[in-house]
Structure formats: C-alpha cells, structure tokens
Design a protein around this ligand. Structure first.
Ligand code: ZN
Length: 103
C-alpha cells in the first residue's frame, strides 16, 4: 500500500470536507486518487453532492416561504392600522367638531 493511499473508511470520512473544499491539497489529492480507483466511494461522494444541493434548495424554499409569510403578516398589520386609524380619526374629528360648536 502506497503511503499516500487511504482506505474506503477514511475516504468516506473525508468526503463531506472534500465536497465543501475544506481539505488541504495533499489530502484532497489522496481522496481524488482513491475515488479514481474506487467506484463505491465515487458513488458515495456523488450521492453526498446530490444530497447537499437538495438540502440547499430546501433551505432556500423554506426561506422564501418565511419571507412570503412575513410579507403577508405585514399586509395584515397595515390593514389593521388603517382599520384602527379611520375610526380613531373620525372620533377625533367628531370631538374637535363638538369643541368648535360649543365655543
Ligand atoms: Zn473506497
């Protein structure tokens, strides 16, 4: 066994870091060399990449839903304030009108 060669177990442990680009050059090269000769680990890494991109889009979707909900909540708040301000405004106008009349 070459001193640079890694086992399948080590390779799979390193796969998440490899995918995220966190490995140092020599370790990354060891993983790449192993994957060239090992279909099982290559498949494992491919699946890891697919899973991570799915997680990313799931996160984006959740974020979008959150933004939509926040926007909807904002519209409700605006509606609530307008609904509350109009009666208050009318009441104030009425009070001012009553004060002017009584003078
Ligand atoms: Zn392997």
């Amino acid at each position: 066994m070459d001193k640079n060669e890694i086992t399948c177990g080590i390779c799979r442990d390193l796969c998440p870091s490899y995918r995220d680009g966190l490995l140092s050059d020599d370790v990354r090269e060891s993983v790449e060399r192993h994957i060239l000769n090992c279909e099982a680990c290559k498949a494992y890494l491919d699946e890891l990449k697919i899973r991570s991109s799915q997680t990313d889009s799931d996160d984006r979707e959740k974020e979008n839903t959150f933004i939509k909900k926040a926007k909807t909540a904002n519209y409700y708040m605006i509606g609530f304030f307008i609904g509350a301000l109009i009666p208050i405004g009318l009441l104030a106008a009425l009070v001012i009108y009553a004060i002017i009349i009584s003078l």
